[in-house]
Design a protein around this ligand. Structure first.
Ligand SMILES: Cc1cc2nc3c(=O)[nH]c(=O)nc-3n(C[C@H](O)[C@H](O)[C@H](O)COP(=O)(O)OP(=O)(O)OC[C@H]3O[C@@H](n4cnc5c(N)ncnc54)[C@H](O)[C@@H]3O)c2cc1C
Length: 401
């Protein structure tokens, strides 16, 4: 087993690193970026940067040239994502659903017309997507969706409510799970629509999180007229589409997130070296050293699990349920790492700094935001259920049978 990249891949990484350094605006400051409370600024910054990536040939490198990709290897795409995670994660975060879910789903499951229309607009940054799965009575139990889409000629008329929909207040399109058969229950009778967020009758209402930012929304659909060609997959196949989307969400994140977290451990070490307690740098404190080493171990576990999972993804083309292991390996350790960073600051840890940054006193933002990590993209309990059933073959979760 050899996790080393080939010489060509290392050369490519170096080339991209240099391009990235030159491509970021000269006054770009990773610790002073727009927040989700400035949605249009956040969207514009994402769009401008994604356009640059696209024009330089670094967007969606492994997708077909026919759809605006470069027909290059998946490994090169991953190297680009890792470098973005390491250097400027805040510019990439608004596009997480767009590139991690909408893009692969449309590529693997969309019609030719959907691929030709949507993929180039995703790659060049014109379209930003959100994900409308969760509802007040359908979170972990996504199959309980009750938002209705009733066929009326060439349209579906959509009525209902979604909740916790990240970025719906500035997204262009939504991956929307709806019930097209009103008589159906649970997994049956669901369908999946690619919905233009500018349609009349869609009203996102931002909800403020513990960080003070409104990153997600409740979204109301009142008699929204959605063209039938917005359906992805067959009518009634929404459940299979939703599961495929979630597997993509959980698959590719690990290798990118581990790169960003390696930077965070380096910053933690830097902070521990610069912070003093009773005249001594806290990095000399045995407990602090234990915490730092533990964070590093957990990130290495994530990194190598991500590479192993990624290697099976390359072989099969579709990610497997092992993505749930990766989800647990980044979400729970990130909570421990940010909590350790707050503890290390002593009483000063209680004073908030600016958003995004985890340096310059803003570990507080990262600590508060990390609380959502074990809920978003499926809670830790649900990930363990998936691993139990689909990896270990345990009996099915009784509440879902
Ligand atoms: C920051 C953030 C961003 C999000 N963004 C989006 C988004 O963009 N789009 C979207 O659709 N959703 C989004 N969500 C919603 C997220 O997917 C749901 O919150 C999550 O699936 C849990 O659903 P719930 O909140 O309804 O909790 P519930 O499902 O009600 O769960 C409550 C508790 O019960 C536990 N539980 C439930 N069922 C079981 C079971 N069978 N076995 C064991 N324990 C169980 C859960 O683990 C949890 O602890 C986001 C959430 C957060 C925090």
């Amino acid at each position: 087993m050899d996790f080393k990249l080939s010489t060509d891949e290392e050369v490519f990484r170096q080339e991209f690193r240099e391009w990235l350094k030159a491509a970021l605006p000269h006054d770009w400051d990773p610790y002073n970026q727009p927040t989700f409370n400035e949605p249009l600024k956040t969207r514009d910054a994402y769009r401008a940067f994604q356009k640059k990536l696209f024009e330089a040939g670094y967007a969606g490198m492994h997708y077909d040239e026919a759809y605006g990709g470069q027909g290059r290897s998946l490994m090169e795409s991953v190297i680009v994502s890792q470098e973005l995670g390491r250097a400027c994660i805040s510019l990439v975060i608004p596009g997480v659903i767009t590139h991690g879910m909408a893009l692969p789903l449309i590529y693997f499951c969309g019609t030719n017309a959907q691929k030709k229309y949507f993929i180039p607009k995703i790659l060049d940054g014109s379209h930003l997507w959100c994900q409308g799965f969760s509802e007040p009575d359908a979170g972990s139990d996504v199959a309980n969706v009750s938002t209705m889409a009733i066929r009326d000629g060439d349209n579906y008329i959509v009525n209902g409510q979604k909740v916790w929909t990240s970025m719906a207040h500035f997204a262009d399109y939504c991956l929307l799970v709806v019930r097209t058969d009103p008589e159906s229950r649970k997994h049956k009778g669901l369908s999946y629509l690619l919905v233009d967020m500018s349609l009349a009758g869609i009203n996102p209402r931002p909800m403020t999180q513990i960080t003070g930012e409104a990153e997600f929304n409740e979204v109301f659909f009142d008699d929204v007229c959605v063209p039938v060609d917005s359906l992805i997959g067959e009518e009634g196949q929404g459940w299979q589409m939703a599961i495929t989307t979630l597997m993509f969400e959980r698959a590719m994140g690990d290798v990118v997130i581990s790169a960003a977290y390696e930077t965070n451990v380096a910053k933690l070490i830097q902070m521990a070296g610069q912070t003093k307690n009773a005249g001594h740098p806290i990095i000399e404190d045995p407990l602090v050293r234990q915490q730092i080493a533990q964070s590093y171990i957990e990130i290495m576990a994530l990194k190598y699990h991500g590479l192993r999972n990624f290697s099976s993804h390359i072989k099969t083309g579709i990610p497997g349920p092992e993505g749930s292991i990766g989800k647990l390996l980044w979400s729970e350790p990130n909570q421990r790492l940010t909590e350790a960073a707050i503890d290390m600051q002593g009483p000063a840890g209680q004073v908030a700094g600016g958003p995004w940054s985890i340096q310059n006193g803003s570990w507080q933002y990262a600590f508060l935001r990390s609380k959502g990590n074990t809920i978003e993209a499926g809670t830790s309990e649900i990930q363990r259920n998936i691993i139990g059933e689909r990896v270990l073959g345990l009996p099915k979760d009784a509440s879902r049978v």
